[in-house]
Design a protein around this ligand. Structure first.
Ligand code: GDP
Ligand code: IMO
Ligand code: MG
Length: 438
């Protein structure tokens, strides 16, 4: 029973990093398989806070192999920065990192394109990307003409390829800047810089597809660390206000190179309310005092970009959809402590679109924009729950809130989180992933 995956069921930042860190000790291998340094996963333990954008959150647990698989778009400068920071803080096990030679490399032109094209044609609302070059790099990967994989940097012709791509990108960027001041990119400098990155990273680079297939065939326990959230999935999310990878459960196989038969358990991560950073529709958004109260209590500011996150009530229509889409077996409800102090809470159980009630999540963003949430109001609780370590320690209203979420989403709650630290976690009687991954 080797494969467990951790998938965010909302718009990212559901506290996946905390659950990956908790589950890592039960696994031999932890894999990042999609996205890139647009992620910001926070792990808190031993009084220390670690913020990881690119390295798997498993890197903090000794003896675990961490893999960055081929589906990731890879910013080498960021990887080196994170490695150096961890080494500087005494995390010694970075030797266990394996870096796919298939990852597509993010270059300076990708950052420039990300800044210039942060919108969908015909729309006035920006996507609000993280500016990390993610979309442009995936675009070049699929387009093939201007793409380079990490393995290419170790082959003859790398310099010439960088020169050709830089020349083409300078033309494109000049057009995008449309007469504004534009400093052309310097191919020779880029080559030197990326050659140095490649030299530094060479000890970690290998064929991770082969490594993972062999590990799975040998029955090793593999933990897949999803980045972003299922509502940001490029095919199944709130397109075009999404990221550029398959961030729902359906992306695990193509990103990692491991067939779906090795994914045995999917654990969905759900924040006890909703947040979104960047543009796009958000039916339960509370752009008011309620949203601000949640933002203050949950410290809802982006890990990567520090932007204030948009906050709102829990949306069970959306989570039921992403849970089914991702094949979720059980959920973890995170940041429950943030909701202490509300007299009552609202859960969106249906949408009203053009006068019709539905519990189907719309496929078109225009319909989602029109969706009026139909709320169920439930009692809140005033107690501080950060010290709770069993379900019985929680106020009855908090337990009822969890039960109602499980009922609406249609899967059991396996863990509840009441604070950032590893210890601030409540297991429930349901043991799905926890029982399987021993
Ligand atoms: P990720 O991207 O899904 O890994 O989530 P982020 O790290 O971006 O955001 C989650 C934030 O919530 C981090 O700052 C965590 O340290 C913090 N956190 C995790 N679990 C809890 C919890 O149960 N309560 C509170 N108050 N904070 C939490
Ligand atoms: P983690 O893994 C929250 C959002 C951006 C933007 C959209 C596209 O920490 O949950 P991109 O830079 O990917 O092209 O931006 O996706 N976004 C995230 N929001 N958490 C994330 O990652 C995100 N990664 C991207 O804000 O709306
Ligand atoms: Mg995050």
């Amino acid at each position: 029973m080797p494969g467990t995956c951790v998938i965010g069921l909302q718009w990212g930042d559901e506290a996946k990093g905390k659950i990956v860190d908790l589950l890592t000790a039960r696994h031999d291998v932890v894999v990042r398989y999609q996205g890139g340094a647009n992620a910001g996963h926070t792990v808190v333990h031993g009084g220390q806070t670690y913020k990881l954008s690119l390295l798997p959150s498993g890197v903090l647990t000794p003896g675990v192999t961490c893999v960055i698989a081929g589906g990731v778009v890879f910013n080498p400068a960021k990887a080196i920065e994170e490695l150096d920071e961890l080494l500087g803080r005494g995390v010694e096990d970075c030797d266990n990192l394996k870096l796919s030679d298939r990852v597509h490399v993010i270059f300076p032109w990708h950052f420039a394109e990300d800044r210039a094209l942060d919108h969908s044609a015909g729309s006035t609302e920006t996507i609000g990307t993280t500016g990390r070059g993610i979309g442009p790099c995936y675009r070049d990967k699929v387009g093939r003409t201007y793409a380079m994989r990490l393995g290419d940097l170790y082959r003859p012709g790398a310099k010439e390829k960088i020169e050709q791509i830089t020349a083409a990108k300078n033309k494109l960027l000049a057009t995008l800047h449309d007469g504004d001041d534009f400093e052309p990119l310097d191919a020779a400098a880029i080559y030197e810089q990326y050659k140095a990155f490649a030299d530094r990273l060479e000890p970690y680079v290998c064929d991770t597809t082969e490594y993972l297939l062999t590990a799975a065939e040998a029955g090793r326990n593999i933990l897949f660390e999803g980045a972003q959230g299922a509502l940001l999935d490029v095919d199944h999310g709130t397109y075009p206000y999404v990221t550029s990878s398959n961030s729902s459960g359906v992306g695990v196989s193509n990103g990692s190179g491991l067939p779906a038969k090795y994914v045995n358990h999917v654990i969905g991560i759900v924040k006890a309310y909703s947040t979104r950073v960047g543009g796009g529709p958000f039916p339960t958004e509370q752009d008011n005092d309620i949203g601000q109260k949640i933002r203050d209590a949950g410290n809802e500011y982006g890990t990567v970009t520090k932007r204030p996150r948009r906050c709102g009530w829990l949306d069970a229509v959306a989570i039921r959809y992403t849970s089914r889409l991702s094949g979720v077996d059980s959920i973890c409800v995170m940041l429950l402590d943030v909701l202490s102090g509300f007299d009552e809470l609202k859960i969106c159980t249906e949408y009203e679109i053009d006068g019709q009630r539905t519990n189907v999540f719309p496929s078109h963003v225009d319909d989602l924009r029109k969706a009026k949430p139909v709320y169920e109001t439930v009692p809140g609780w005033s107690e501080d729950v950060t010290g709770a370590r069993t379900l019985d320690d929680l106020p009855a209203a908090a337990r009822a809130y969890l039960d109602r979420i499980a009922e609406l989403v249609g899967v059991p709650v396996e863990m509840v989180s009441v604070g950032p630290d590893r210890d601030a976690t409540i297991p429930t009687e349901y043991r799905g992933v926890l029982a399987a991954a021993q």
